[in-house]
Ligand binder design. Structure first.
Ligand code: ATP
Ligand code: ZN
Ligand code: MG
Ligand code: MG
Length: 427
């Protein structure tokens, strides 16, 4: 990509989330991820080009130095911060505006800084012999959300140990008009490792995708089986299922709100193959092992310290830099609270990393591999199943700002209290 010869006609609208808008190149397997900001929220608008570039570089560092070691080399593509010609960005913004869904238009694309993140286009297979034009790859994106029930002793409402956060959040979102229908998807089914439960979880995502499921090009049933296999495949290790420690000790890997048949939920056969994409994400999510309720007093400890010693913010890497020493703090945090500031900071960092893993997406790009190229097309009934090749990647791995933790704390009690009122109105 020659940055000085950028032409908006080579790029098209690809998709967007809450924080960024993505355009893809019409020929090369590249995307540009541009940040968005709310016109009402001057705080978050980009300031100078240098600041915007540093912000994006921070995202790259975090993906590369923190999330990649945790989630696995093969799944994470950190990309590169780029400075684009302003004229190109302005033309691009005008071009994509009409493609944008109205629900996302409360924010505008950053056309002032010219900075963006350049990534491989993960909807396309990275190295595949069979990506011919007549056999377009099929690609699905899953935003799985949090796949375990918290076991922390700091939890005050018992319902949080029984009903998962996603299922409770659904009721809250319905009441607030965010969605019109409850999703029957439960992340614990997807992360169960039980093929039947996983297949139903995917079926439920397809029935009511909300923003947790997206199909880029399609066909069905068989598709579900291919997705389950891709999510369970681990390339490094032989397929040996394992249960994570906390799940073993707590013995609870089902959510009471999951609408699957009781027998299926009781069926003990659930384990994720070590190093499959779901196992990696779940392991990282579980760095949040105190729950927000156990983290809040530690957050206070950190905040009080920072009030007294504001300069410490830098040494403690509260806003980065996201380098090996940050990862060290995340991975070597003491297991028990010794009352120290270091323990509190370690847990706060772990919590933020877990938040990223609870909010990421999995991209599964699938292509069918024909037996031969079918020049000799006899009208035989096809008895062999099509074979597939898949590439699996994880995206949307931004650091979650330190300041967003206190928002999580308020949101958590709102969701839980709303769920309790809805389901047990007499209490
Ligand atoms: P969220 O609101 O979920 O936090 P976000 O604003 O952080 O989203 P992303 O999820 O990173 O943004 O990107 C928005 C969408 O663009 C994704 O859901 C995905 O469909 C698409 N996308 C992002 N990165 C890539 C990529 N490297 N290749 C292909 N598609 C991508
Ligand atoms: Zn659930
Ligand atoms: Mg996203
Ligand atoms: Mg995001």
């Amino acid at each position: 990509m020659e940055l000085d010869k950028m032409d908006e006609n080579d790029w098209k609208y690809h998709g967007e989330g809450n924080k960024s808008l993505v355009v893809s190149h019409v020929q090369h397997a590249r995307v540009l991820r541009l940040l968005k900001y709310s016109t009402e929220d001057a705080e978050n608008s980009p300031k100078t080009t240098d600041q915007a570039f540093r912000h994006i570089q921070n995202i790259v560092d975090y993906s590369q130095n923190v999330m990649k070691p945790l989630l696995g080399e093969k799944f994470v593509h950190n990309g590169e911060a780029v400075k684009l010609p302003l004229d190109f960005v302005r033309q691009l913004s005008l071009k994509v505006q009409q493609e944008r869904p109205e629900s996302r238009c409360d924010k505008v694309m950053d056309t002032l800084s010219g900075c963006a993140l350049c990534l491989p286009n993960l909807t396309q297979l990275s190295s595949c012999c069979c990506c011919r034009e007549h056999r377009p790859p099929l690609c699905i994106e899953i935003k799985p959300k949090c796949g375990f029930l918290p076991a922390s002793r700091h939890i005050t409402k018992d319902v949080k140990r029984k009903v998962c956060r996603f299922c409770m959040h659904q009721h809250f979102k319905l009441a607030n008009g965010k969605w019109k229908r409850l999703s029957r998807y439960c992340p614990l089914d997807l992360f169960s490792g039980n093929k039947q439960r996983m297949s139903l979880a995917i079926k439920h995502l397809i029935e009511e995708p909300q923003n947790n499921f997206n199909i880029f090009k399609v066909v069905l049933n068989e598709l579900i089986q291919v997705i389950v296999s891709a999510l369970l495949s681990s390339w490094d290790c032989p397929r040996s299922g394992h249960l994570r420690n906390t799940q073993l000790s707590e013995g609870r890997v089902t959510c009471e709100a999951s609408l699957l048949h009781r027998d299926l939920l009781r069926n003990g056969n659930h384990c994720l193959p070590k190093d499959c994409v779901l196992d990696k994400i779940l392991g990282t999510q579980m760095l949040d092992n105190l729950d927000i309720e156990g983290l809040s007093p530690l957050l206070k400890r950190v905040e009080q310290h920072l009030q007294m010693f504001p300069k410490e913010r830098c040494r403690l890497q509260m806003d980065g830099p996201y380098n090996a020493s940050f990862l060290e703090k995340v991975q070597n945090c003491p297991a028990e609270d010794d009352g120290s500031l270091e323990y509190a900071v370690g847990k706060v960092h772990q919590y933020r990393v877990a938040m990223t893993a609870k909010d990421c997406s999995i991209m599964v790009a699938i292509a069918t591999c024909g037996e031969d190229d079918g020049l000799d097309q006899s009208l035989e009934i096809q008895t062999t199943k099509p074979r597939f090749t898949c590439s699996v990647s994880i995206l949307d791995l931004d650091p979650k700002p330190y300041e967003s933790i206190s928002h999580q704390s308020r949101l958590d009690s709102k969701i839980v209290n709303h769920y309790l009122r809805r389901t047990q109105p007499n209490n």
